[in-house]
Write a protein that binds this ligand. Structure first.
Ligand SMILES: O=C(O)CCC(=O)C(=O)O
Length: 295
């Protein structure tokens, strides 16, 4: 499933181009399940979970959208696993959860959240360079993302671009981030301007300074939560859909002040400083037979 060489590569570079985990029949099933969700959101949407409304237009907001575009209007949909059983099952894929456990050196992983991220043709959003960790209300950076391509992903339709080694670059680490926040707070208190940090300046860099990670539909890559990554605009007429699963090592705790407005905080049943667990954050262990149970 994963070699020591691959684990070492991830530790050194902060990402791993893993390869195939789903065959094309399975990819088609995932795409069809996504189409069902698109139909629900186009018809007005479902608010049974607080996070379902984020990242895309729905219902009346889509009146100016052509029928062709409406099939692709979901650019982000958080927690597909709560909506579609196939996506829930995928969390227990032995390779996906097994590799996540191996990379984080933990016996079991817990889902932080999953999401569809889609870059339809004609809707050329550009994810600028960022580090996921600082966007989340979580304390320990022992978190890894599995980015699974649902379409072939290439530089011209917006594949992942990573900055190898950036996850352990001290300019972008937790101490530098704390210093950046302290400097910002002091400058605000004194009413003076502050120069942007090296970390903040990364957001202006074009995706091309990163290393493109091309994938075929059904293949995946993993990235560390402190690794800088970006995806450029889709300038093709092809779709670029991806399913993103973010796994925490056991023991990762809540840190509310890191991202106090995060949309998933209303789902927390534990308090600040406690280990994040609960119904919305399922465990996944490589030895569980939840994946095989369908066949
Ligand atoms: O899929 C994309 O375009 C961006 C995804 C991303 O930034 C992530 O998975 O952390």
């Amino acid at each position: 499933m994963i070699s020591q060489e691959q684990i070492d590569y991830f530790a050194e570079n902060g990402y791993l181009r893993y390869g195939r985990v789903l065959d094309m029949a399975e990819v088609e099933e995932m795409r069809s399940a996504l189409d069902k969700v698109i139909a629900i959101e186009s018809a007005g949407g479902d608010d049974s979970e607080v996070e379902f409304k984020f990242g895309h237009r729905r219902g009346a907001a889509m009146e100016d959208v052509s029928e062709e575009q409406s099939k692709r209007v979901i650019t982000q949909y958080v927690n597909m696993f709560k909506r579609e059983p196939l996506y829930e099952r995928l969390l227990h894929h032995p390779v996906i959860s097994g590799v996540a456990c191996a990379l984080l050196n933990t016996p079991r992983v817990r889902l932080w959240h999953d999401q569809i991220i889609s870059k339809p043709p004609g809707d050329n959003g550009h994810f600028r360079f960022h580090q996921d960790f600082y966007l989340w209300p979580l304390r320990e950076p022992r978190i890894v993302t599995c980015w699974l391509a649902l379409d072939d992903a290439t530089p011209d339709n917006g594949c992942m671009h990573v900055v190898p080694g950036s996850h352990k670059d001290p300019r972008f680490g937790l101490e530098s981030y704390a210093a950046e926040l302290a400097a910002r707070a002091a400058a605000e208190a004194e009413g003076r301007e502050i120069e942007e940090s090296e970390r903040q300046k990364m957001a202006y860099e074009p995706a091309e300074i990163g290393k493109p990670v091309e994938l075929k539909a059904g293949e995946c890559m993993f990235h560390h939560c402190l690794n800088f990554h970006a995806t450029p605009a889709n300038v093709t007429s092809r779709q670029r859909r991806a399913h993103v699963m973010i796994f925490m090592a056991e023991g990762v705790r809540v840190k509310l002040d890191q991202s106090p407005g995060h949309p998933l905080i209303p789902n927390f049943t534990v308090g600040d400083g406690e280990e994040l667990m609960g119904e919305g954050f399922p465990l996944s262990a490589p030895e569980s037979n939840r994946w095989e149970s369908r066949n």
